[in-house]
Design a protein around this ligand. Structure first.
Ligand code: MN
Ligand code: MN
Length: 465
């Protein structure tokens, strides 16, 4: 016989109770989360850049019977199509049984992550060392990028148009690269700088070689020796850097974190953790009622500009191409569309507790985090989902037993951020942010919980059902 007091009973009836997945989920469910994350770790190892993520995504799509979109074809329920945008973004869809004019279920994440791009004229020699000049991409804390192993990724377009793929530093036995930093013995002056200024943009120079080309007359002989290696390996010359997308990313591999292996440490969780979870949820929902469209976008980390960012019309054009054979306009579809903007949020960090507001932060192991609004200084630049749409997603997740929580990005006046939600909302679609809580966001090695990653995948499945 239960001897609960009236207060206890009222508590249960009226008050919200946040629940830690590690405590309330069955061992079987936690084992499923762990198994799911093994696939994610494999994906992420090769999906560090947006181009890498597109390549890995297409492999998975093809395994599940997706074909390249033919814009002139009329697609029927159950058909599966994808379209790549410039090798840096991708949209894919599974056609549903309902008429497309009733809208689609869209999940949009981004596959670019903060990193160091090469400048158009990067190669130089100083003090008989060869180095690359970089220009950082996205919001990085520069001091975190020195003295760690870095890998090089990207493409070079040679004169005449031949494209060469570059990837060095990921496979065992390959060389890696590094940005040097001062030793503590000589850092007295540097120590007086603010943390933001501790390492400056023009100090993010990558060490790439130190052996001179043996020749009595040539100058800049270390630079020359490196140029020769690049020519022998890729057939490229110095001016080819002008037509290249070359990026340095951390050379770390995804790894389990903690004695209990409950977390994953890796570069690029933001936002490949949402890209992968939305991808797997979509390919495992083969006969949907509403057509579902998944967008993996580029350029979010610099504000979603450019032809491959969500500010571009390509994802709406993709929807329009599906609707056109039915005599339906893209804007009609978008106006009836429900969208999850799939992106990470900052998990509460006890070491830096003062930047978070405890009641409205997200916590690791408490499930997928729904973020009603982002923005900074009074919700500036936010989407702010409607109460109606919040109500819709809540019922949708609860019906499927998804563990989820809400979260704000830190204290009101502490800072802020944005996602692709605003870009989707410009097309008159309902949209809200949802994703995985992340520790050390935008650091070279970010941390997520396996339970949260799995629950975000389950949230997408519930939404696409
Ligand atoms: Mn993000
Ligand atoms: Mn980000």
């Amino acid at each position: 016989m239960d001897n609960k007091t009236q207060g206890q009973l009222l508590e249960e009836q009226l008050l919200m109770k946040k629940q830690n997945g590690a405590e309330i989920l069955s061992d079987e469910e936690i084992a499923k989360a762990d198994a799911f994350c093994e696939g994610y770790k494999k994906f992420l190892k090769y999906a560090k850049t947006e181009r890498g993520a597109v390549t890995e995504t297409v492999k998975i799509l093809k395994q599940h019977g997706y074909e390249e979109l033919d814009p002139d074809k009329k697609y029927e329920a159950g058909d599966k199509v994808y379209q790549i945008n410039r090798g840096k973004a991708i949209c894919f869809a599974t056609i549903g049984t309902r008429p497309i004019k009733e809208g689609v279920r869209m999940v949009a994440s981004h596959i670019d992550s903060p990193r160091l791009d090469l400048k158009p004229n990067p190669l130089y020699e100083e003090a008989e060392m060869a180095l690359f000049k970089t220009h950082y991409y996205g919001g990085i804390r520069k001091y975190q990028w020195t003295a760690i192993p870095l890998a090089l990724h990207g493409i070079v377009v040679k004169k005449g148009g031949e494209v060469v793929d570059v990837s060095i530093g990921e496979e065992p036995g390959e060389p890696i690269f590094v940005i040097t930093d001062l030793l503590p013995h000589l850092s007295q002056n540097q120590n007086q700088r603010t943390l933001a200024d501790g390492i400056r943009g023009e100090e993010l120079n990558i060490l790439i070689g130190s052996r001179a080309f043996k020749d009595d007359k040539a100058s800049s002989k270390v630079k020359l020796a490196i140029a020769k290696i690049l020519f022998d390996k890729y057939g490229m010359v110095e001016s080819d850097f002008q037509a290249a997308d070359l990026q340095y990313v951390p050379a770390f591999e995804p790894a389990d974190v903690g004695f209990d292996r409950s977390m994953i440490g890796a570069y690029g969780h933001d936002d490949k953790v949402c890209a992968y979870t939305s991808l797997m949820a979509a390919v495992e929902a083969p006969n949907p009622e509403y057509t579902h469209v998944t967008v993996l976008a580029d350029k979010e980390e610099v504000g979603s500009p450019g032809a491959t960012g969500m500010g571009s019309s390509y994802f709406v054009n993709f929807v329009s191409d599906l609707a056109k054979p039915y005599g339906v306009d893209g804007y009609t579809v978008m106006s009836n569309t429900k969208c999850l903007s799939a992106d990470v949020n900052a998990a509460f960090d006890p070491t830096f507790a003062d930047v978070y507001e405890r009641n409205n932060s997200c916590y690791i192991n408490y499930g997928a985090v729904v973020t009603k609004y982002t923005g900074a200084r009074g919700k500036n630049g936010c989407n702010d989902s409607t109460a109606e749409f919040m109500g819709f997603v809540r019922d949708c997740f609860d019906a499927e037993g998804v563990l989820w929580q809400t979260g704000e990005l830190g204290k009101v006046d502490q800072g802020g951020g944005g996602t692709v939600a605003v870009e989707v909302s410009k097309h008159n679609a309902d949209v809200v942010d949802i994703g995985v809580p992340v520790l050390s966001m935008h650091a070279p090695f970010e941390v997520v919980s396996k339970i949260d990653t799995y629950m975000t995948y389950r949230a997408f499945k519930a939404f696409l059902k």
